[in-house]
Design a protein around this ligand. Structure first.
Ligand SMILES: Cc1cc2nc3c(=O)[nH]c(=O)nc-3n(C[C@H](O)[C@H](O)[C@H](O)COP(=O)(O)OP(=O)(O)OC[C@H]3O[C@@H](n4cnc5c(N)ncnc54)[C@H](O)[C@@H]3O)c2cc1C
Length: 395
């Protein structure tokens, strides 16, 4: 098949690689003039790494990654540890895959290199898809220039503001979640005596939480800070915020958190929106993938990983040889329950990390402390359904 992919982000490039590996021709239509990424980190859990392994991309992807020693939850002000469970070796042993922290730019660069190795002309830059036309036995992607590109299938991997989804289902109705997110990446060398721990660390607090972890073999610190705020603002990852506001939001917090904010070359700030489950992910020869069909709050660190899983499952369903529409429906049926569950758990995590009343904090974090200390296998077990899942296994 000739497959058109709208969007050359993490989902679009993984899908391109999976389709090329299966012997299809691919054109990635990416609106940006060059493939570039915002400076930010991503946690890629074992369920995502199993796909990248199966596609032959994991060596490139993991080259400059960081392998966190543990997963931990601390109190934001005092830094007191609520629990810490091993991750580096435990991840391989329990979930048969690595747990990595990766710079977004490194992941995109690695995926792009894998695609270009197989098909040097597969990626078309400066190509913004505005819609599509369904034809007898084919589909046409319409670009902002008016150009029409024909193929057998169009995959909408064009992210949270997807133009392909807008045509398929009408305008999107996002709900403001009442949370604003800060994001920054800082060289560890600038953090003096307060580098973040070499873990995937959540700092919990009253109506707010922060996440810190390392990137690029440990040389960079990644920071995400989430604060409840009744005022809805921009849903754009590229809006810059004021340092004074971020310092105010995390006033009195542990010096590790404050130092990152102090030293951040740039602090991005945007409002977090949520979307209800979509009625469908496919129409004729058009199908959605990744944030285009199941955007999620970042509180499970799974948005990119779910896009990676989607890509593999879609390529496999197409490879079964039945009618195309049936394959697209089977893909949706396989992916929707899992991604909907992850969306729901991510939503619930906001409440878990933002306990404001000391009694609630004790009631929630006390049992977690006990479990982390005495029953680490129990804590790990809570993630088996997510990290242990392997979409590359034959079904
Ligand atoms: C604060 C924060 C932290 C996160 N942390 C994690 C994490 O640790 N782990 C994790 O797995 N996920 C994480 N995520 C989620 C993750 O970043 C997204 O889920 C992931 O990027 C989705 O990939 P995608 O390919 O679907 O969309 P995107 O990455 O948004 O890619 C879409 C691509 O399509 C292009 N495009 C858009 N419109 C058009 C068009 N009309 N025509 C052509 N091209 C177009 C864009 O330029 C872009 O290249 C986080 C998100 C946030 C906000």
């Amino acid at each position: 098949m000739q497959i058109l992919i709208a969007g050359g982000g993490i989902g679009g490039l993984t899908a391109a690689l999976a389709f090329l590996k299966a012997g299809h021709s691919v054109t990635v239509l990416e609106r940006a003039p060059e493939i570039a990424e915002v400076g930010a980190g991503l946690q890629i859990s074992p369920n995502g790494m199993k796909v990248l392994d199966a596609l032959g991309a994991s060596a490139r992807v993991s080259r400059d990654a960081f392998r966190p020693r543990a997963q931990e939850l601390r109190l934001g002000r005092s830094g007191a540890r609520i629990f810490s469970v091993p991750l580096r070796e435990a991840s391989q042993a329990r979930w048969r895959g690595e747990y990595l922290h990766i710079h977004r730019a490194d992941l995109i660069e690695a995926l792009k290199a894998c695609v270009v190795d197989r098909a040097p002309d597969a990626i078309r830059l400066g190509a913004q898809v505005t819609g599509y036309e369904l034809r007898e036995g084919g589909v046409v992607a319409v670009l902002s220039t008016g150009e029409k590109v024909s193929g057998d299938l169009l995959v909408g991997a064009d992210g949270i503001h997807s133009a392909v989804r807008a045509q398929m289902l009408g305008p999107d109705k996002p709900r403001y979640t009442g949370n604003v997110a800060w994001r920054a990446v800082v060289p560890v060398s600038k953090l003096g005596d307060y580098p973040p721990p070499e873990t995937a660390c959540v700092w919990a607090g009253k109506r707010r939480h922060a996440v810190t972890y390392r990137l690029r073999r440990g040389s960079l610190a990644n920071f995400v800070g989430v604060v409840e705020n009744p005022e809805a603002g921009d849903e754009s990852w590229t809006s810059v915020g004021a340092r004074e506001q971020a310092l105010k939001d995390f006033k009195g917090w542990n010096p590790v958190v404050q130092r990152i904010i102090d030293e951040a070359p740039l602090l991005m700030r945007w409002s977090l929106y949520d979307r209800p489950e979509l009625a469908k992910w496919q129409e004729g020869r058009v199908v959605l993938l990744g944030d285009a069909c199941h955007p999620m709050l970042p509180f499970m660190a799974q948005g990119a990983v779910m896009a990676i899983e989607d890509a593999y499952v879609l390529a496999r369903e197409l490879g079964r040889g039945g009618p195309l529409e049936g394959a697209l429906r089977a893909y949706e049926a396989k992916r929707k329950p899992r991604t909907t569950r992850v969306q729901a758990v991510a939503r619930a995590n906001a409440a878990l990390f933002h306990r404001s009343n000391p009694l609630y904090q004790f009631g929630t974090y006390g049992p977690m402390w006990v479990a982390g200390r005495y029953l680490p296998a129990f804590v790990h077990g809570r993630h088996d359904w997510l990290y242990g899942h392997d979409v590359t296994e034959p079904d």
